[in-house]
Ligand binder design. Structure first.
Ligand SMILES: [Fe+2]
Length: 279
């Protein structure tokens, strides 16, 4: 298995606090059958992305681990104007091993309409955007049509494995299982932050999917698609996402109807974001 979302690098965000914890997290992942970890420090207002520090510490961790597991660098990329501009100016800088797949996290407060064109600009700069844990984002959960539109335009989807069995609450559990049953998920990852509350446990998610959907699906989400992402290749053939091309409103269940039009709060047109990404 390959874990493409993991806050393994110590001291750079709210993930591992020290080298000892990083080594323990990596060894625990390896003991479950994880062969590669993609290290994804945040790039956000709270946690600026420091490329040289990330490389230095990842290499330090790798040296201590030897060949037991392989580390690659990427980013938990928060969609804000500064990040997007920097990513466009530095093609492939934040992507997984610089090969094009970019883990994108949306704000859970509001997703302004300009973000649609921002995603288009990232695509034009060479990135394949992977929407991270939509099941944990209340704005996306209420706006299924919006998520479907991003997917139709090429966005892939990564779900946090433990959401499937309830570690992030009932809503995330229900929504992620709807996504799973409709082939709307391309990757499962741990989004591990530590050894206790956010542990690096991918095996339990693999087993959950294998039991629910079969080992072929579990292998696709935990190994085959992640392998394509770390090597920069196209994903292997995927099953058709059910309902994605529906001409009417998409409903997973009564609890997940799209929000009424105009419910989101767009940013002011005079904001930096508006200037950069308004059509
Ligand atoms: Fe993360």
């Amino acid at each position: 298995m390959i874990d493409i979302h993991h806050h393994l690098i110590y001291g750079v965000d709210d993930g591992s606090p020290d080298l000892e914890t990083s080594l323990a997290m990596a060894r625990e992942a390896a003991s479950e059958g994880v062969t590669h970890i993609v290290c994804t420090p945040h790039a956000s207002d709270a946690h600026p992305y420091r490329t040289s520090v990330n490389w230095e510490r990842m290499n330090e961790i790798q040296a201590a681990l030897g060949d037991s597991i392989h580390l690659l660098l990427a980013c938990d990329f928060h969609l804000n104007a500064e990040n997007i501009l920097d990513a466009i100016e530095n093609p492939l800088r934040y992507s997984i091993d610089g090969k094009g797949y970019l883990l994108v996290e949306f704000s859970d407060l509001a997703i302004p309409p300009q973000l649609d064109s921002a995603l288009g600009r990232l695509r034009a700069a060479g990135y394949t955007c992977i929407l991270t844990h939509p099941e944990r984002n209340p704005v996306i959960v209420r706006n299924l049509e919006r998520m479907a539109e991003w997917m139709r335009s090429g966005c892939l989807v990564q779900v946090t494995g433990s959401s499937l069995y309830g570690r992030f609450g009932r809503t995330a559990e229900t929504f992620s299982n709807h996504l799973l049953d409709r082939n709307w998920i391309h990757f499962l990852a741990t989004d591990a932050h530590n050894l206790t509350s956010r542990p690096p446990h991918l095996r339990k998610a693999y087993d959950y999917v294998a039991n629910r959907c079969g080992t072929e699906t579990a292998d696709r989400l935990c190994t085959h698609n992640p392998l394509a992402a770390i090597t920069g290749l196209k994903l292997p053939p995927q099953p058709e996402p059910i309902g994605l091309d529906s001409s009417g409103p998409i409903h997973f269940s009564d609890g997940f109807k799209p929000a009424a039009p105009g419910k989101q709060t767009p940013r002011k047109t005079g904001s930096l974001f508006g200037k950069l990404f308004s059509r």
